[in-house]
Design a binder for this molecule. Structure first.
Ligand code: 3PG
Ligand code: MG
Length: 398
């Protein structure tokens, strides 16, 4: 693991501590549907406040692309943060740089906290522009990165600040690196990666790189359809990226050459409509009708995954097995999640999961607490397990 300093290594009393957090939480109709990222970053914020720091929390939300988008304001999150910190008032800065930001920071006394508006309302954040990073840095005396889940982005608040101020890792950053480092770097073998979700296109690189890291690659969700299609299976109207069939074949060939076992579905739950409780049936992959869609894996696929997992000592999971948001197409994901949880309980499997959908799926299956470790990261989790250096982590180590 890269070496870096933590918040044990400085005295925050009286200092303006800029803490990069990731409050990019799922929201629906203005309500936060999962506050995990806020709660887990609150540990670091509380500790710093308890030691007399003047905390200034910085985050992005969504992808406003350098423009002010009122629907992506962090203001509702300031309230949720106050709650997560035990019912305190969080000063909200309506702009994250310049005089308004300075005024918000000036209101924060020792042991207090401000949250500044969405960093991505400024184009300088994603471009890591010098002027923007300088303006952010002017607000603080030291920098703490507690946003592992955003540390695959070389943005001003992630790498720019680490280059300008004394930089430290927060508690959540430490926890993520420790748990994921152990599950990737020093993992007990055999290692299985379960990669699911809708699209292959977003995870092609990951699949390719994982072949150098794992012994078993389990492919589920809509992306499995592209592999089945590439293997001449009739998949009817299923979600599929037909133009990526060649890439899927390459991955399969590379896996074979490296002696990595690929586990693909062998049966499916199909329906002609994608809606809750639509009429559906379980079928082998030799008889999916032209008007049908594969929406979940069937029981034989679940059994094959269970059998593969029972031979492994480590599992890295990102992406659901089927359309788990809509019953009854959650059954495959639920069953695999419960199998992994059982093996973990029995001390036979180290189970590590990451990604918003994955965490929601494990919560839905009722096994979130039973996994060895659940990361707050999605994209950063995937890049980390691929073995990539995350710019935000590298910047702390410098
Ligand atoms: C995430 O939700 O994965 C992180 O907050 C990063 O967001 P991004 O993919 O928009 O950079
Ligand atoms: Mg993302």
């Amino acid at each position: 693991m890269a070496r870096f300093e933590t918040i044990d290594q400085f005295d925050p009393k009286g200092k303006r501590v800029l803490v990069r957090v990731d409050f990019n939480v799922p929201m629906q109709d203005g309500e936060i549907t999962d506050a995990t990222r806020i709660e887990r970053a609150a540990v670091t914020l509380k500790e710093l406040m308890g030691k007399g720091a003047r905390v200034i929390a910085l985050s992005h939300f969504g992808r406003p692309k350098g423009k002010v988008e009122p629907a992506m304001s962090l203001e509702p999150i300031a309230r949720a943060l106050g709650k997560a910190l035990g019912g305190i008032d969080v000063v909200f800065g309506k702009v994250c740089v310049g005089p308004e930001a300075e005024a918000a920071v000036a209101k924060v006394g020792e042991g207090g906290i401000a949250l500044l508006e969405n960093l991505r309302f400024h184009a300088g954040e994603e471009k890591n522009q010098k002027e923007f990073a300088d303006a952010l840095a002017a607000l603080g005396d030291v920098y703490v990165n507690d946003a592992f889940s955003a540390s695959h982005r070389a943005h001003a608040s992630v790498t720019g600040l680490a280059e300008r101020l004394p930089a430290y890792a927060g508690r959540l950053m430490e926890a993520e690196l420790k748990a994921l480092g152990a599950a990737v770097g020093d993992a007990d073998r055999p290692v299985a990666a379960l990669i699911g979700g809708a699209k292959v296109s977003t995870k092609l690189d990951v699949l390719g790189h994982l072949l150098d890291k794992v012994d078993v690659l389990i492919i589920g969700g809509g992306m499995a359809n592209t592999f089945l299609f590439a293997d001449d299976v009739e998949i009817g109207k299923s979600l599929c990226e037909k133009d990526l069939a060649g890439n899927a074949r390459e991955i399969a060939a590379k896996a074979k050459a490296r002696n990595v076992r690929i586990v693909l579905p062998v049966d499916a739950v199909v329906a002609t409509r994608f809606e809750a409780n639509a009429p559906h049936r379980v079928t082998g992959l030799d008889s999916v009708e032209p008007e049908e869609m594969i929406l979940d894996v069937g029981p034989e696929s679940v059994a094959a995954v269970e059998e593969a997992l029972a031979r492994c000592k480590t599992l890295l999971w990102n992406g659901p097995m089927g359309a788990f948001e809509v019953a009854p197409f959650d059954q495959g994901t639920n069953a695999v999640a419960r199998a992994a949880a059982r093996l973990t309980r029995e001390g036979r499997l180290q189970s590590v999961a990451g990604g918003g959908d994955t965490v929601a799926a494990l919560a839905h299956a009722g096994v979130l607490e039973e996994f060895s470790y659940v990361s707050t990261a999605g994209g950063a989790f995937l890049e980390f397990i691929e073995g990539k250096d995350l710019p935000g982590v590298a910047a702390l180590a410098r």
